[in-house]
Design a protein around this ligand. Structure first.
Ligand SMILES: Nc1ncnc2c1ncn2[C@@H]1O[C@H](COP(=O)(O)OP(=O)(O)O)[C@@H](O)[C@H]1O
Ligand SMILES: O=P(O)(O)O[C@H]1O[C@H](CO)[C@@H](O[C@H]2O[C@H](CO)[C@@H](O)[C@H](O)[C@H]2O)[C@H](O)[C@H]1O
Length: 467
């Protein structure tokens, strides 16, 4: 396989975060090979080191399948052809599309049981870990999730879901660490963790966490899709208020508030809780101001709001102090799944663009509350902008009803959250919520400018409305 083939394949991958930047493939090294492959097949894990024009670099994981014969059934996943030392001329495929290769991954997890010793014949330094309590269905067929985003998720029948981390960093992966703690604590708001895969990387003398295996939530509906459906219902009933339509979301929003409060309580019990004193809070305000300054370069339309945003951040300096703890870090409706057993929260990796050290740092629970509240603002604006746009009548009326939906669900969510915690949205909590909301809107403006310029109007309109 030529460097050009693999480079262009990486560049087109949905999970590659370096698109549009000046980058090159500096190194591709094999770090492991799965055991028990039939003759004519090698299933490997490679790490691609990507270096950028500004001197920084990232590591990406590539699970590959090398076949001596071309495989028509996965022709769409062909990356290129390669002269392999052991196999000779090989056809190289993205292994995540290949049921035969994925069966070997699942078998490696299953064979390991919950015994701490790794299977002795795994080549390379791969360590498969399992938690007790679930027998894997090793006959289950794999299906790659089509909506893959930052990572790649593969379902094994309706039994297990494996998330293969694409951009990997030496050290603890918060998604695995938090799922382990919440699973062992018996939390009902996450999919149970079944296992994970570590690489003991001799080249860097570190452990790199490569994948996570968890309970497949059979009856899950995406919280974002449910919220959009609720808004469409409202827009279709021109004469009714949000609390009068069949698809009212406020009950779900309240249940989400309770679920988040319970998750925060579990996290506070099992991870350190620290007090950020007033000085450090000044630092928090300073961090938010710093992000605003950087954002102004990317989105000049933020300028008219700069002064007010700075005032909102500055209010943090008046607070005495605040408890910080492990939080989700990137919570929005798309990270929630409604099952018959209630709401589940997924993807505890934090904001993918942030460095690992920053994502592991304790933060205020209000970061997560603000993330969800922003989502309640997004959902009606997206419906107003797209498909359901003209169903409900005039634009002005739609805008009014959109804010009614957002306000109703924000109130239901925040009330339920604070009630569950035995707190109130008093002066300090309100200042924190407002600051985190402002920080998130600034983040979203940059995110939308870079990824979905057509949606930049959403955070900007929110700023207009509250000015
Ligand atoms: N345990 C699960 N069972 C079923 N679907 C899940 C489960 N966990 C996540 N998902 C779905 O898989 C997709 C990817 O999950 P996510 O953790 O957000 O991955 P990424 O890190 O790639 O953003 C999302 O659509 C999510 O709703
Ligand atoms: O899910 P990710 O961890 O990749 O999060 C990123 O992408 C999100 C969009 O998918 C983005 O969320 C923003 O858009 C959502 C609607 O698509 C909305 O519900 C969120 O409130 C809004 O922030 C998220 O900010 C970004 O980190």
């Amino acid at each position: 396989m030529s460097r050009i083939e693999i480079t262009s394949w990486i560049d087109e991958a949905r999970w590659f975060g370096g698109k549009g930047r000046d980058w090159e493939l500096r190194d591709l090294r094999r770090v492991g090979r799965l055991p028990d492959a039939p003759e004519g097949l090698h299933v490997t894990i490679e790490l691609a080191e990507i270096s950028y024009g500004d001197g920084s670099s990232d590591l990406y994981q590539l699970p590959l399948a090398f076949y001596t014969e071309p495989q028509e059934r996965i022709a769409h996943a062909l990356i290129g052809e390669w002269e392999d030392e052991e196999l000779g001329h090989a056809f190289v495929y993205d292994a995540l599309h290949d049921r035969q290769a994925m069966a070997l991954w699942l078998a490696a997890f299953a064979r390991h049981g919950v015994d701490p010793a790794p299977p002795s014949d795994v080549r390379g330094d791969l360590m498969f870990h399992r938690l007790p309590g679930h027998d894997l269905d090793i006959k289950a067929h794999s299906t790659l999730f089509s909506g893959e985003q930052s990572n790649s998720s593969v379902a094994f029948g309706e039994d297990a879901l494996m998330k293969v981390f694409r951009k990997v960093t030496p050290g603890v992966n918060p998604d695995i660490a938090i799922h382990q703690v919440l699973t062992e604590a018996g939390s009902t708001h996450v999919a149970a963790l079944y296992g994970w895969l570590d690489l003991i990387d001799e080249a860097t003398n570190t452990t790199i966490q490569l994948a996570m295996l968890q309970q497949f939530l059979r009856t899950a509906s995406d919280g974002w899709d449910l919220a959009l459906a609720s808004v469409r219902n409202l827009f279709a009933e021109a004469d009714l208020h949000a609390d009068e339509v069949g698809g009212d979301f406020a009950g779900e929003a309240a249940r989400l508030g309770v679920a988040l409060a319970e998750v925060h309580a579990d996290l506070a019990e099992h991870f350190p809780v620290e007090r950020r004193e007033a000085d450090a809070l000044g630092g928090l305000a300073g961090e938010m101001e710093g992000r605003l300054v950087a954002a102004l370069d990317v989105v000049p339309d933020l300028a008219p709001h700069e002064e007010r945003l700075r005032e909102t951040f500055a209010r943090l300096r008046e607070l005495d102090g605040v408890d910080v703890q492990q939080v989700h870090g990137d919570l929005h409706l798309g990270q929630t799944l409604r099952t018959v057993k209630g709401w589940k929260i997924v993807d505890f990796e934090g904001e993918p663009a942030k460095p690992l050290a920053e994502r592991l740092r304790p933060d205020s629970v209000w970061r997560d509350v603000a993330g969800m509240v922003r989502s309640f603002d997004y959902a009606p604006r997206v419906v107003a902008m797209t498909g359901g746009a003209d169903v409900g009548g005039e634009a002005e009326q739609r805008a009014y009803r959109a804010s009614e939906w957002a306000a109703r669900n924000r109130a239901a969510f925040v009330d339920a959250y604070t009630r569950e915690r035995g707190e109130e949205l008093d002066g300090a909590n309100s200042a924190l919520l407002e600051a985190y909301l402002a920080d998130k809107v600034v983040y979203e403006a940059v995110y939308e400018a870079r990824n979905r310029p057509g949606w930049l109007s959403i955070p900007l309109a929110a700023l207009e409305e509250t000015s």
